[in-house]
Design a protein around this ligand. Structure first.
Ligand SMILES: C[S@@+](CC[C@H](N)C(=O)[O-])C[C@H]1O[C@@H](n2cnc3c(N)ncnc32)[C@H](O)[C@@H]1O
Length: 266
C-alpha cells in the first residue's frame, strides 16, 4: 500500500491524527520538499516524532525515477508532502504510475495553502480564476535575463473575467524562496514592457508563514511592492479581481488595505 499524506502548513505537528497513525505504522517513510516545505520543522524533528528514518526525495526521484515506490507492492510505504497531498499535478501523476504498477494507494489529507488563503484574506473561493506560479528569472542560452510572462497573461485573463488570481512563489534550489515583493517587481517589469495598464490600480494581498503563530497578511497597491516586507518564507500572493463588499471590508480590516478599495462594485 502506498499512502499519500498531506503534512499541513507549517511544522511536524500539523499532520492529522489519521496521518500520524499511518506514518507510525509505515515500513518506509518518504518525503519531498521541492513543491512545498514545512518551514517550522526539520527532517530530524520529524524522525524523532515518527521514531523512524525519513528519506528525502529529490525532484528527479519523484518525477523521473520513482523506483522507491515498488516496495509498496508488499510493504506499507508513506509519501509525505507539505500542504494537502494532491494539490500538485506531479503527485497525481505519481499516484497514476503506482496504479499502473498494481500498487494500491490511499490519500490522507492535510491543510492546504489554497484554502488557508481564503480564510486568511477573506477572499471567497468561488471568485478565484486560474492560479499561476512565478519562477525566478533565468539566463537564456544567449546570456539574456528572461522574465516569464505567463503569470502576467493569467492575471490579464482573470481580471477580464473579474476573478482573483492566486500566485504561488518559486522555491528554487539555488535562489531560495521567492518573496511577495520580488514577485510584484517581476509583474511590474512585464507590465512596463507590455503597457497593458492593469497594475496601476491593482491591489495585492501578501501572506507569509500561513499555519504558524507568526502568520502575516498584508494588502496594499501592487505598485507599492516595497511595503510588502513580510519577513521570512514561505510567502504567497493574491491579485484580486472585482471585490465583493465583504471581501473589501475583510481586506481593509484584517489585512490593512487602503480604505479607498471600499468604493468597489458589490
Ligand atoms: C506549489 S504550492 C504547493 C501547495 C501544497 N501542496 C498545499 O496544498 O499547500 C507551494 C507554494 O505555496 C505557497 N505556500 C505553501 N505553504 C505556504 C505557507 N505555509 N505560507 C505561505 N505560502 C505558502 C508558496 O508560495 C509555495 O511556493
Amino acid at each position: 500500500m502506498l499512502t499519500f499524506i498531506g503534512l499541513g502548513l507549517f511544522d511536524e505537528k500539523d499532520i492529522s491524527l489519521k496521518g500520524l497513525e499511518a506514518v507510525l505504522a509505515a515500513d518506509l517513510i518518504y518525503v519531498e520538499f521541492y513543491t512545498s516545505r514545512l518551514m517550522g520543522t526539520t527532517l530530524e524533528r520529524m524522525e524523532s516524532l515518527y521514531k523512524k528514518p525519513v528519506h528525502l526525495l529529490l525532484r528527479e526521484d519523484v518525477e523521473q525515477n520513482p523506483d522507491w515506490m515498488l516496495a509498496a507492492k508488499d510493504q506499507n510505504v508513506v509519501f509525505l508532502t507539505g500542504g494537502d497531498t494532491m494539490a500538485s499535478t506531479t503527485h497525481v501523476d505519481l499516484r497514476i504510475r503506482a496504479h499502473d504498477l498494481g500498487i494500491e494507494t490511499r490519500l490522507i489529507h492535510g491543510a492546504s495553502i489554497i484554502s488557508a488563503v481564503y480564510g486568511l484574506s477573506g477572499l471567497q473561493n468561488y471568485r478565484f480564476g486560474k492560479s499561476v506560479s512565478i519562477p525566478f528569472p533565468y539566463t537564456s542560452a544567449r546570456g539574456n535575463r528572461v522574465v516569464t510572462e505567463t503569470p502576467y497573461d493569467t492575471l490579464l485573463k482573470n481580471k477580464k473575467d473579474g476573478l482573483h488570481t492566486l500566485v504561488f512563489l518559486d522555491i528554487h534550489p539555488q535562489n531560495g524562496y521567492m518573496k511577495v515583493s520580488e514577485a510584484l517587481q517581476l509583474l511590474l517589469e512585464v507590465e512596463n514592457k507590455r503597457q497593458e495598464g492593469v497594475m496601476s490600480d491593482q491591489i495585492a494581498v501578501g501572506i507569509a508563514r500561513a499555519g504558524s503563530d507568526d502568520v502575516c497578511v498584508k494588502a496594499d497597491f501592487a505598485k507599492n511592492y516595497e511595503h510588502f516586507d513580510l519577513g521570512g518564507p514561505l510567502q504567497i500572493l493574491v491579485l484580486p479581481g472585482n471585490l465583493h463588499f465583504l471581501e473589501a471590508e475583510a481586506l481593509v480590516k484584517l489585512a490593512g488595505a487602503p480604505k479607498s478599495i471600499l468604493k468597489t462594485d458589490p
